[in-house]
Design a protein around this ligand. Structure first.
Ligand code: FAD
Length: 279
C-alpha cells in the first residue's frame, strides 16, 4: 500500500521539532519509522507532516550516569543489543524482530508508540525506569508506571518529544527475559522480563514485567509479592509463577486465546525467574 500524501520536515534542533509539532496538530515525529511507516502504508495513520528526528543532535548514545544508564531516545535497538554491559537491556533489545528492524528502530520510538506487544516497554516498567520528555514548556520526567496509559496511548502530549530514557543501574541483580512466539523474530505472544536481587539464597527484591498481557505493559505484582523475602528454591519460584496471571486481562488474538496467554505467563515467569535467580 502507498501512504497518503504528507509534508516532510527535518528540523536541526529539538526546539524546532517541537515548534513544528505545535504548528500542526496532525504532524507526527518520525524516528526509525518501523512502527509509524507500516501504519501509514495501511492508512491507519494519516499524518499531515512527518517531523524527522534524525538531524536533531544529542539524541543518541548510551552513558552511565550516577545510579543509572542514560540512553538517548534515537538510540537504535541494534546499539543496545551490542552493549553487553547493559545486561537485561541488551538481552531484550536483541529479541526485537530481526536485524533490519533493529538497525532502524529506536528506544524512544518504541516507548512513545506504547504498543503492549513491544518488548522494551515491559523492561522499562520492570526496571522502574523513566523518560525525559521535552515540550514547549520545557522538560519533564515521566516514570514508566505513568507513561503507558492504554493501548497505543501514552502520557506524552502531541507536542512532546522523548529526548532520553533513564534506567536505574541494576548491577548485582540477576535477570531473565522469556519471549514466546510461533516463529523466531515474531512479536511476542507473551514476554516476561524478570529481575531478582538475592542475598544468601533469599530473594531480597524482585520485579517482573509482562509484554502483551493487557492493553499496556504490566507488572506481575502477585508473583513479586509471593517471592519477595523467600528462599529461591525451585518450589518457591514455581509457587510464585503460578500467580503470574492474577489480575491480568490479556487480549485474545489470532495467535493465542486469553487463557493460553495466561498459561504462557505462568510458564514463562517460572523460566525467567529461574534464570534471574542464578544471578
Ligand atoms: C516487521 C516488524 C517486526 C517488529 N517486531 C517487533 C518486536 O518483536 N518487538 C518490538 O518491541 N517491536 C517490534 N517492532 C517495532 C520496532 O521495534 C519499532 O522500531 C518500534 O516499535 C518503534 O520505533 P521507531 O524508532 O521505528 O519509531 P517510529 O515508527 O518512527 O515512531 C513510532 C511512534 O512513536 C512516535 N515517536 C517516535 N520517536 C519519538 C520520540 N522521541 N518522542 C515522542 N514520540 C516519538 C512517532 O511519532 C510514532 O507515533 C517490529 C517492527 C516491524 C516492522
Amino acid at each position: 500500500m502507498i501512504p497518503a500524501e504528507f509534508e516532510y520536515a527535518a528540523p536541526e534542533s529539538i526546539e524546532d521539532a517541537i515548534a513544528v509539532l505545535g504548528e500542526d496538530p496532525e504532524a507526527k515525529l518520525l524516528a526509525g519509522g518501523q512502527s509509524l511507516l507500516p501504519l501509514m502504508k495501511l492508512r491507519l495513520a494519516v499524518p499531515s507532516r512527518l517531523v524527522d528526528l534524525r538531524s536533531v543532535p544529542g539524541l543518541t548514545g548510551i552513558d552511565r550516569q550516577g545510579d543509572g544508564v542514560r540512553i538517548g531516545a534515537m538510540t537504535r535497538h541494534a546499539d543496545l543489543q551490542d552493549a553487553d554491559e547493559l545486561g537485561l537491556i541488551a538481552r531484550v533489545a536483541g529479541s526485537i524482530a530481526d536485524q533490519q528492524v533493529r538497525n532502524r528502530g529506536t528506544i524512544g520510538g518504541s516507548l512513545a508508540h506504547g504498543d503492549p506487544a513491544s518488548d522494551l516497554p515491559a523492561l522499562l516498567l520492570a526496571a522502574e525506569g523513566e523518560v525525559t520528555a521535552q515540550g514547549p514548556g520545557g522538560q519533564r520526567t515521566i516514570p514508566a508506571g505513568e507513561l503507558f496509559q492504554d493501548y497505543l496511548t501514552t502520557a506524552l502530549a502531541p507536542d512532546e518529544v522523548i529526548t532520553e530514557v533513564r534506567v536505574p543501574v541494576v548491577d548485582g541483580w540477576g535477570f531473565g527475559y522469556e519471549k514466546f512466539n510461533r516463529r523466531a523474530e515474531d512479536w511476542a505472544m507473551v514476554g516476561v522480563c524478570a529481575l531478582v536481587r538475592t542475598s544468601d539464597g533469599t530473594c531480597e527484591d524482585v520485579r517482573i514485567g509482562f509484554t502483551h498481557m493487557g492493553s499496556t505493559p504490566l507488572r506481575a505484582t502477585a508473583s513479586e509479592a509471593a517471592l519477595r523475602g523467600k528462599g529461591l528454591e525451585a518450589e518457591a519460584i514455581a509457587d510464585a509463577a503460578e500467580q503470574a496471571a492474577e489480575g491480568t486481562e490479556p487480549p485474545g488474538d489470532l495467535n493465542a486465546t486469553a487463557d493460553y496467554k495466561r498459561h504462557l505467563a505462568r510458564v514463562l515467569t517460572k523460566r525467567a525467574l529461574t534464570t534471574a535467580a542464578k544471578g
